[in-house]
Design a protein around this ligand. Sequence first.
Ligand SMILES: Cc1ncc(COP(=O)(O)O)c(C=O)c1O
Length: 438
Amino acid sequence: MLLSGYGKVTDIIIIDAAKRYGTPFYLYDESLIVEKGNTVLSMPNAYGLNVSYAMKANSNKAILQLLHKLGFRIDASSLNEARRAHFAGFPLNRIMLTTQEIPLNKDRRDLEQMMLQGLKYNVCSLRQLHLIAEFASKHHINLAMRVHPGVGTGESVTRNTGDKYSCFGVHLTDIEKALQYASTMGLKFDLVHTHIGSGGSPVEWRNNIERELSFVEKYFPDATTVNFGGGFKEARMPDETASDIHDLGLYAKQRFEDFYKRTGRKLTMEVEPGTFIVANAGYIVSTVLDIKQTGPDGFEFLILDGGMEANVRPLLYGSRHPFYIVSKQGQLLSSEFDLNGFDSEKDLRVIVGRCCESGDSQCLDANGNIVPRVMAKPETGDYVVIGGTGAYCSSMSPYNYNSYIQAPEILLRTNGELQIIRKPQTLEQMIKNEMSLD
Ligand SMILES: Cc1ncc(COP(=O)(O)O)c(C=O)c1O
């Protein structure tokens, strides 16, 4: 039986994978990644569309290769991300580096080599501009600029990247200073970028189109491409609504056509989603190790072999993920997408991991309070599957906390086969860089 409202993962696949690889592991559904990827690649546009994948969401090499094949470019957040994308097969001229870091020494030399081969450097601060100007000018390399628009939106305050509480990009009030300096150095910006936040309101995403086009018109005469960042809202839970990509594309198309009428300039649109491409394609499969009750007024806790070290999002943001209970015989006992027949008072349970940390729970609100959820009652040895975990889980989790190993990653191929795409870490790998006292 299919687990969720999307994709191809069934209870039989969960059991098969659990028997082959042992829990916990991440399981990704290739068919859903391809479907989501194609949805964004076919977004309506006026004069051309570039789609990059924000690889911070999930940087596994096999996922990168899959998206490279589909026609994606790469949004890299660090020099190492750019290197990883290149190792995975992306040519450097399909990678843009948008970073807070200031590469020095060997990193600086590598950055220059990569830029000479086409890596796009997205200037994110005045200091970055000053440090790259001479090199870019000498080699006639056009730059991109990330503009801090002063307005943002996000699924939580910590994922709003556009307002005054976050410091990404050159603030609008510094643009004139930056451009004056750039012109004395003979530099051109052919790409303008903003990213207002992750998982925020699609209405704000729309509003940013007008805002960004207006400062492109005012300040960036050489821009040929306008990047709106990522941040398309995805619906992980049944009560959430995803961004309508087609609708946003139609809206943007109109704005680009208006811009052309006003200015005679035909701009290429660029977007760089991470979450939307991979979030719902991912599942964490874990085993119920123990079941405990905290007294008559307390809660029933299911203790899993994969918790915060596999998915830290509930602890970090209070994020909700869909839960599925699969018996050890392989039967789907409950799905977040069909909880009819369960009692909203008696079937409340709390999912926790095995770390020595009271915040190691998948049932937390944004203040860190436990919020029990409705699900079937499993036995020890049954499986709990946590959905919506394809983005910002394996790539962002504190996996060696309590010395647990980094869990393996498995890809369910479109032909139904399971393929391991990252082996489990070993204890030896975890400690191999540590040095003994003499
Ligand atoms: C510059 C940039 N682009 C794209 C993204 C991807 O955002 P999302 O995963 O919400 O699509 C992020 C994430 O914060 C980002 O910082």
